[in-house]
Design a protein around this ligand. Structure first.
Ligand code: ADP
Ligand code: DP6
Ligand code: CO
Length: 324
C-alpha cells in the first residue's frame, strides 16, 4: 500500500460540450457529451499513501496548491480512502503538460491521472468504467479522459451509470486540432463556477440540454461518416450555443477576449477561401481549430500572420490512461 504509483492522462476537448450539472455533488451532468482526447497535452501524477504523514501533501508543477484547489484534491483523496478502507494521508506530485485552468482541460487530465494513480496506490483495482466514474467525482470532463480517441460521456442518472464509453478509440480518418494559445493565464471564471451560475440564472439554459442531446446524435453520425465538414459545423454551433448561455446569465459574463474574435475571424476567412476548418472554445478564451492534417500547413501559415508561432499547438488524437 505504501508504493508510489504514477499515471498519465491526456486532456480532451469536447466537440459536444458538457455544460451544467444535474447533481453538483456527484457531478451528474445535465447532458451527455462527446470529446476528442489529445496527444500533446497530458498530466503525470504520482501518489503515495504514507502512514507517517500528518496531512495530505499536494503539489502541481512543484507548487503547493492554494486552499480551494488543494481542498478539491483532498476531498477526492477522501473518497479514494473511503472506498479503499484506509486512513493514511498521501503525497501527490502532479505535472501538467498543459496550461492550468486556461480552458485547455487541465482538470480533465488532472483528475483522470489522479483517479488512476490514487486508486491503485490505495490498493484498489478498478476497471476503466469504474475509473471513469471515479474521475468524474473530481471533474466532469475527467470522466472522458480515461479513454483515447472519440469518447462519449453518457450522462446516466446516478453515480453508477454516469460514465464515459469509448466511441472510436482508434480514429481511421484525418482529424486534428490546432490550439491557439492566445492567453495562457488562468481564466477569471472557473468552469465549475461558470456553469453553476448559468444553470441558476440564465433563462436560455433550459434550451441547452435538449439541443446538446440532438447535436450529440448528429455528431456521432458525422463521425461514423468521417465527414470532417459536418463534424466541424456541429462542433462550432454547439460551442456557440454554450457560450450564449453565459451572456444571458445574471450577472452576465463571457469567456471571449478580443483576440478570441480575431481567431474566429481568421478561421471564417480561411473557410471562405476554401480551406476546411472550424473552431471550438471551452470555458476560457483560447480557440481550438478543428481541421485535417492535410490542411494544417495552410492554416498555420495564415494563423502565424497574427499569432506567434509558438502559441499555435498542433494536437493529434491521443490515447487513454496509462500507468508509467
Ligand atoms: P481547465 O480549463 O484547465 O480544466 P478548470 O477551471 O476546469 O480549468 O479547472 C482548473 C482546476 O483544475 C485547477 O484550479 C485545479 O483545481 C484543478 N487541476 C488542474 N490540474 C490539476 C492536476 N494536475 N491535479 C489536480 N487538480 C488539477
Ligand atoms: C466547457 O469538467 O472543467 O470544457 O466538472 O466543474 O470540474 P467541473 O468542470 P469541467 O467543465 C468542462 C466544461 C467545458 C466543456 C467540456 O469539456 O465538455
Ligand atoms: Co476543466
Amino acid at each position: 500500500m505504501n508504493n508510489a504509483v504514477t499515471a498519465r492522462a491526456h486532456t480532451n476537448i469536447a466537440l459536444i460540450k458538457y455544460w451544467g450539472k444535474a447533481d453538483p455533488k456527484l457531478i451528474i451532468p445535465q447532458n451527455s457529451s462527446l470529446s476528442l482526447t489529445l496527444d500533446p497535452f497530458y498530466t503525470d501524477t504520482t501518489v503515495q499513501f504514507d502512514a507517517a504523514l500528518t496531512q495530505d501533501q499536494i503539489k502541481i508543477d512543484g507548487q503547493v496548491l492554494n486552499q480551494t484547489a488543494g481542498q478539491r484534491v483532498r476531498d477526492f483523496l477522501d473518497l479514494v480512502r473511503q472506498r479503499a478502507g484506509i486512513t493514511a494521508f498521501a503525497q501527490v506530485n502532479s505535472y501538467n503538460h498543459v496550461p492550468t485552468a486556461a480552458g485547455l482541460a487541465s482538470s480533465a487530465s488532472g483528475f483522470a491521472a489522479l483517479a488512476a494513480a490514487a486508486s491503485k496506490a490505495a490498493g484498489l483495482t478498478l476497471d476503466q468504467p469504474a475509473l471513469s466514474r471515479l474521475a468524474r467525482r473530481g471533474s466532469g470532463s475527467a470522466t472522458r479522459s480515461i479513454y483515447g480517441g472519440f469518447v462519449e460521456w453518457q450522462k446516466g442518472h446516478n453515480d453508477l451509470d454516469s460514465q464515459a464509453v469509448p466511441f472510436q478509440e482508434t480514429i481511421d480518418f484525418d482529424i486534428q486540432m490546432i490550439a491557439i494559445l492566445l492567453d495562457p493565464r488562468p481564466k477569471k471564471v472557473a468552469s465549475r463556477a461558470g456553469m453553476a451560475q448559468v444553470v441558476a440564472t440564465s433563462p436560455y439554459y433550459t434550451a441547452w440540454p435538449p439541443s446538446a442531446e440532438k447535436d450529440l446524435i448528429a455528431m456521432k453520425a458525422a463521425i461514423l461518416k468521417k465527414d470532417l465538414n459536418l463534424i466541424g459545423q456541429l462542433a462550432e454551433a454547439n460551442a456557440m450555443k454554450m457560450h450564449a448561455t453565459t451572456l444571458s446569465a445574471t450577472p452576465p459574463f463571457t469567456y471571449f477576449e478580443p483576440e478570441t474574435l480575431a481567431a474566429i475571424e481568421i478561421v471564417q476567412s480561411l473557410r471562405n477561401n476554401g480551406v476546411s476548418c472550424y473552431y471550438t472554445m471551452d470555458a476560457g478564451p483560447n480557440v481550438k481549430v478543428i481541421c485535417s492534417a492535410k490542411e494544417t500547413p495552410a492554416i498555420l501559415t495564415r494563423l502565424r500572420q497574427h499569432f506567434p508561432a509558438d502559441h499555435l499547438l498542433v494536437a493529434k488524437p491521443g490515447p487513454g490512461i496509462a500507468y508509467l
